[in-house]
Design a protein around this ligand. Structure first.
Ligand SMILES: [Zn+2]
Length: 134
């Protein structure tokens, strides 16, 4: 994920990422809003239950999003929700998409991105940063 988007998540929810993440957020920018929304809800659970949840890893695996967190089932519910949403959202641009398997290479890309990777534009990054609110 783009460093600007990653920084925004770490800056807005510092309690969940006490040491940040060693490998950053290991997926495309198209899932930024899904991640932000899930993290926001997990942060609320952490504060309500005073259970000091931490997140150890966020990454793409088999075409969908995985968030590894230390919290209770109420928090894990939002992890499952994010995984479900990522399965129909392009990992690169956030458009509607389906998970496909090309000879073992499982990815969730829209039609435009099916062929491969594309660097995100500054415009897209700025739009994403404005789209979320803590
Ligand atoms: Zn796309």
């Amino acid at each position: 994920m783009n460093p600007r988007l990653t920084k925004r998540i770490f800056d807005d929810f510092p309690d969940l990422f006490p040491g940040n993440l060693m490998f950053g957020i290991e997926c495309g920018d198209g899932w930024f809003e899904i991640i932000y929304d899930a993290i926001k809800k997990i942060d609320q659970i952490s504060k309500e239950h005073e259970c000091n949840i931490t997140i150890s890893q966020i990454k793409e695996k088999f075409g969908t999003l995985r968030i590894y967190q230390s919290g209770p089932d109420e928090a894990e519910k939002f992890v499952d929700e994010a995984e479900y949403l990522s399965g129909k959202t392009c990992e690169l641009c956030g458009d509607k998409a389906v998970t496909t398997n090309h000879e073992g290479w499982v990815r969730t890309y829209c039609e435009a991105h099916e062929g491969g990777h594309e660097e995100p534009s500054n415009e897209m990054i700025s739009k994403l940063l404005l789209s979320v609110r803590k």
